[in-house]
Design a protein around this ligand. Structure first.
Ligand code: SF4
Length: 333
């Protein structure tokens, strides 16, 4: 299987009046054609900035300081804006948490989807509208022909997200980036939207980057997982390794704070203590050490590299004690 996207040593910092925010601090990963990579972490871990960097949309005062983002053998970093805009419009699509940011309130849903189709495929307005209604049916919007004339405010949050997905798929992208696509929705609708994304991803043979704070969501909907903390990837592997054999204490913490459908609950869900660090003042050594139940003196000074640390080939972890964690501290038990 070939890599569609390869991110190498990407570093994105924001130069603010309060200091340098190290939002993405030297991350590397790849996404294979037709596969889904989930990027998981709490808010402020850098996962969304990473997505904006792929799209060439890092806002001021942010800058890509180093690294490359190779997509279909072209480096998107430093690419001319006009060329990048063509790639964004055709080969890479992105959907956001709030579908309203992608929809124009004064145009009907049918016209908005048709406009994307015309930009992508050409044809008449009438042909594009017929295709737009087909796309609405594909994303399972009931009474699509009737509803094509409705405006965004006449749709529920879940239906609006389906519209945005239809617009994204209409471009037949090779890569779809979904940034917290279900966070604003209630639990039942979340499951339906994720299932829809997975079905379409397989049907269209797209690769997908699924960005989420909820590790519980990724089991059924991804092939590989990268866990981000404080601007870095701290664990990366196939979804089963991460789900059944997590090695990094941060991933263990994320696992014990989500409901798992495959296991009897072993007591109350346990959130990770403390809060993610400021990305202006990232802790020394292992950046997770102030919150880690397994912290040792070495962790406060030595930064652990992301590498294979156990017999699980391809399972990377940035923890000095991955695979041989010491006893948790008394207070953490
Ligand atoms: Fe915890 Fe130390 Fe591992 Fe960091 S290196 S995750 S502080 S045990």
């Amino acid at each position: 299987m070939t890599n569609l996207l390869t991110v190498d040593d990407l570093q994105v910092h924001f130069f603010t009046d309060s200091g340098v925010v190290r939002a993405v601090d030297g991350i590397s990963y790849s996404v294979e054609s037709g596969k889904t990579l989930a990027i998981v972490g709490e808010s402020g871990s850098g996962k969304s900035v990473n997505a904006l960097a792929i799209m060439g949309l890092v806002p001021e005062p942010g800058r890509i300081l180093q690294g490359s983002v190779r997509f279909q053998d072209e480096d998107l970093v430093g690419m001319a804006e006009s060329k990048l805009r063509r790639i964004r419009g055709n080969r890479i699509a992105m959907i956001f948490q709030d579908p309203l940011t992608s929809l124009n309130p004064v145009f009907s849903i049918g016209n908005q989807i048709a406009e994307v189709i015309r930009n992508h495929q050409g044809g008449t307005k009438k042909q594009a509208l017929v295709r737009a209604i087909e796309m609405m049916e594909l994303v399972e919007i009931p009474r699509a022909a009737e509803r094509a004339g409705d405006f965004p405010h006449q749709f529920s949050g879940g239906m609006r997200q389906r519209v945005v997905i239809a617009m994204a798929i209409a471009m037949s992208p090779a890569l779809l980036i979904a940034d917290e696509p279900t966070t604003a929705l209630d639990v039942t609708v979340q499951a339906q939207i994720l299932q829809l994304l997975t079905t379409l991803q397989k049907e269209f043979g797209m690769a997908m980057i699924l960005i989420t704070h909820d590790l519980g969501l990724v089991a059924e909907h991804s092939d590989d997982v990268a866990v981000m903390y404080a601007g870095k990837i701290v664990e990366g592997s196939g979804v089963e390794d991460i789900y059944y054999r997590p090695q990094h204490p941060y991933t263990l913490g994320l696992m014990s704070s989500v409901t798992r459908l495959d296991k009897e609950p072993e007591g109350r869900l346990k959130p990770i203590r403390g809060a993610p660090p400021s990305l202006i003042n990232v802790p020394s050594g292992c950046s997770f050490h102030p919150r880690c139940d397994y912290v040792q003196p070495q962790c406060q000074t030595d930064s652990p590299a992301l590498q294979v640390r156990t017999a699980d080939a391809g399972h990377l972890a940035a923890c000095h004690f991955a695979g041989q964690l010491p006893e948790p501290k008394e207070a953490a038990k």
